[in-house]
Ligand binder design. Sequence first.
Ligand code: URA
Length: 263
Amino acid sequence: MINENLNLLLWNMENGADEAIGDAPVDYFAKSEEKISAVSAPLIPKATALEVAPAPVLPAVPLTQELLRDVKTLEELKTAMLNFNGCSLKATAMNTVFGGGVPESKVMLVGEAPGADEDRIGLPFVGLSGKLLDKMLASIGLSREKNVYISNILPWRPPGNRTPTPAEVALCLPFIRKHIELINPDILILLGGSSASALLATTEGVSRIRGRWLEYTIAETGKSVDTLVTFHPAFLLRSAAQKKIAWKDMLTVKQKLNALGEH
Ligand code: URA
């Protein structure tokens, strides 16, 4: 029996379940809805004895946008995210992984969500895929110490590194949009399908859209940012044969930087 349990545990760990969260499965979507209506409470008129109409249910995304309306600095954005309790992923995460690198950079990268290492340390891309990402960047003279800024679509780690749900992505999207607006990059590099589909509103796979210049528009300023989609480094760790394609993508970024006279 002990052996059976141990094998089951090892099998779960191999499948990415590296944290014990509870005995019973949790419906995170339902929890998220609960918290959203709790956060939105002050915006909903209180019903009196005579007013029997049900309170309107506010959609989550405009609510997040509303929270960020007066945010003007990275510090204010970070505070807004630390104070935000409308996403149930925050309850199981150890840290809010905000961003890392040089905020004045002209190149910004956006990944999917923190993994176990990022969650523990509180910074993006510090695990194995981060090490590969650093090497890819270094090959074209970029580094997060000097000239790159990095963040993610989601600031909280999904339990067991599962793929974020569309509802979680939609809820957190205003955060990364505001983040991009505040960094104001000239070049945006989207790492993997989740990042590309969230920010470019496309359903095309990475293989179809990678390696060419697309546009991301910063809604508040109207600025159109040169945007390139490439493979997520975690995918490259599993599919080494694709590294040469990712290398071509890095050269495309280098050419653009040269053309912009930025490096
Ligand atoms: N994968 C991501 O997409 N982001 C991180 O920060 C780490 C791994």
